[in-house]
Design a protein around this ligand. Structure first.
Ligand code: 5GP
Ligand code: MG
Length: 173
């Protein structure tokens, strides 16, 4: 791993999650909240964030894909949305994802949740890329803003591997 520099350490991630969770707890106080995790990328972030949130909430996960296996660029299509289910009617939904990049994934998920009757949909991401989005979508909560480089670790894959690397690293090829 040493060839791929550490961009964000595991301590920085945990510290930021604790800060963010305080804001999220106070925002959703006395509301019926559903956390919708998007897998696989948000796996570690989702679990670590949930450790700091109240017990009284529902957890759903959808498995989506916009990067075909072995690719480092979005295909421009989001697969797995149709399979998305769960009871979202009149619920406050917080989508938890790894990265907001082009915005295609998150805007498609948001639209699907609206079709399923959610009364409020907000977004929480681990990383937000600086680049211009292809869809007009914003995340109410994001841990870190990064440049346009390809990153992996802490749930994010590099060619399908290395998701369990504890920190976020920049790919150097
Ligand atoms: P979007 O639909 O916003 O373009 O893409 C979001 C998805 O693309 C993320 O959830 C993630 O799965 C993938 N993605 C975007 N940038 C990166 C990156 O730098 N590294 C990895 N591993 N995945 C990325
Ligand atoms: Mg993803």
């Amino acid at each position: 791993m040493p060839t791929h520099p550490v961009l964000i350490s595991s301590d920085q991630i945990q510290k930021r999650i604790r800060q963010l969770s305080r804001e999220i707890r106070s925002h959703y106080k006395n509301k019926d909240l559903v956390i919708l995790g998007l897998l696989n990328g948000s796996l570690f972030f989702l679990v670590d964030l949930l450790r700091h949130l109240p017990d009284r909430l529902e957890i759903e996960c959808w498995r989506l894909r916009s990067y075909p296996a072995g690719h480092r660029q979005s295909s421009g299509k989001v697969e797995g949305l149709k399979e998305g289910h769960g009871n979202f009617k009149n619920k406050h939904v917080l989508i938890v994802d790894d990265i907001l990049d082009t915005g295609l994934t998150l805007s498609s998920v948001k639209q699907r949740l609206t079709e399923l009757g959610a009364c409020d949909v907000k977004i929480c991401v681990l990383l937000k890329k600086k680049k211009k989005r292809q869809r007009p979508i914003t995340a109410k909560w994001s841990c870190f803003e990064i440049g346009d480089e390809f990153v992996f670790g802490y749930g994010l894959d590099y060619d399908g591997y290395y998701r369990q690397v504890p920190e976020i690293r920049t790919l150097k090829v």
